[in-house]
Write a protein that binds this ligand. Sequence first.
Ligand code: SGN
Ligand code: CA
Length: 567
Amino acid sequence: MIHDSSKAGFQIVSIGFILIALAVTFSGNAQKTKRPNIVFIMSDDHAYQAISAYDHSLINTPNIDRIAKMGMLFTNASVTNSICAPSRATILTGKHSHMNGKVDNVSPFDTTNITFPQLLQKAGYQTAMFGKLHFGNNPKGFDQFKILPGQGSYYNPDFITKNEGEIKVKGYVTDIVTDMTLDWLDNEREKEKPFMLMYLHKAPHRSWLMAERHMNEYTRKTFAEPVTLFDDHEGMPAAKVAEMNINGNMGWAGDSRVSPEIMDELGLQEIGFDKVRYKMQVGRMDAAQKANFDAAYQPVMDDFKKRYPAMTEKDLAKWRYQRYMQDYLGTIKAVDENVGRVLDYLEANDLMENTIIVYTSDQGFYLGEHGWFDKRFVYDQSFKTPLLISWPEKVKAGTTSDELVQNLDFAQTFLDVAGVAQPTDMQGKSLVPVLTGDLQHWDRDAVYYHYYEHPSEHNVNRHYAAITKAYKLIHYYFDLDYWELIDRKKDPMEQHNYYDDPAYADIRKDLHKKLDALRERYGDNEARSQKYIDGFMPLAKEGKVYGVEKRILDPIIKKWENAKKNE
Ligand code: SGN
Ligand code: CA
């Protein structure tokens, strides 16, 4: 046999090539697996006052708090537009509402926007979304999704899924969304890829139906009242006309859970779409769920029936505040337990160290401050949002930051941690310098806010604002038209307008400059505001704005039509 050395040489060379190729592939993979995973946990309408890492007085949330203990708690995190779908659009696009076009909950999200999940997916991340999106269309850039249609339901909810069409799942929404998330982590996750998971709760969104297992405990609790529960909104015209008062704008059945039968017995008038809302939510329960609901709520309502005839308006406000807190906080108990399940899974599977975990809400919420529920305003409880971030490899445990960070910053933060280029038209900043304590690379002394959805449910006028750590300058422009200057240090309850106070003349001037600069930098202006009004009013006229009553709608439509005629 002839020894073919040339062939042998070729074989050696090719083995060498293969080894080099393998080494390259392995190191490539090693590098890829080193890219951090991202777990983005967001609840809907979760007030920071209802997270014990911020405030112990209402509820204990030991599991959500774990994220702050492992990482950083943000005390000045805010949103750019305090309402659901616009906040989600800002998170996904890294752009203000006036740039991504999703300014309110009414018209659908423009899916030609580029979102960070699309970019991460392209860069090799495995992506999944479970829970509430509220966009009017499905998310792009996800390998898997199971989302709630619209607002979603607490009991036996429907889901829109990527692979199975529409499904209905029996049980309680917070538990189900978590089951889906854990199932994906366990069975669908491709272990060689980094992943980006969006785990999005419906709770604690109105109409605040808690899990059966919490009903007995939470319907019997009593909570401390906020000092501004009886705010009369004097000197604050936009606050005065808003319809989000606990005693006055909450439904008896739909919110306080006085059954339609007891309402009739007591002669209570419907407020808004009161009885329909009760039927839509409680009516989804099956017989066993409803029996548990009745067992917990019947004694509360029997007690109310007895006391009602002697109750003053003040007593009613206090009673309704307690009812509100019981239900709202009851829904958070299940969120906290379920966040604990996900954290336990990550811990047990060695996924904690190299994973950036974010807990936030799509905005804050009023828990009786100013006498209110809901959000929308730039006043603290709805403008600010909870934000807790852990990333053990990079973020020091148990730290706090009071930097002015926003939901606008998430997209670029995630692209930054994944080593993916940040599109130049995104408008936020990566939070990595803040997270790692590298504040030389972080300079921001003011943030911008713009709320649009009016005329709508809760009657909150359109406004934009510049916010610094010390002040807020707010312009209400439709259909009210005036300015407010809030002194955040002197008046933390935000009950006074210092705009016309001569002592604030210099501050006011400086704030106007800041506001102009922000509007210039982010590309917002009067013409855009008008464009969004002109887009909204025809929809309002067609009845496409959910929950707004004719008495609010009609005069504003008339005013707008007259203004158009005179143009
Ligand atoms: C529903 C609620 C409102 C709430 C909006 C927006 N009414 O319409 O109270 O402000 O959602 O919330 S309800 O009678 O249907 O409960 S958001 O979080 O989706 O923006
Ligand atoms: Ca919300």
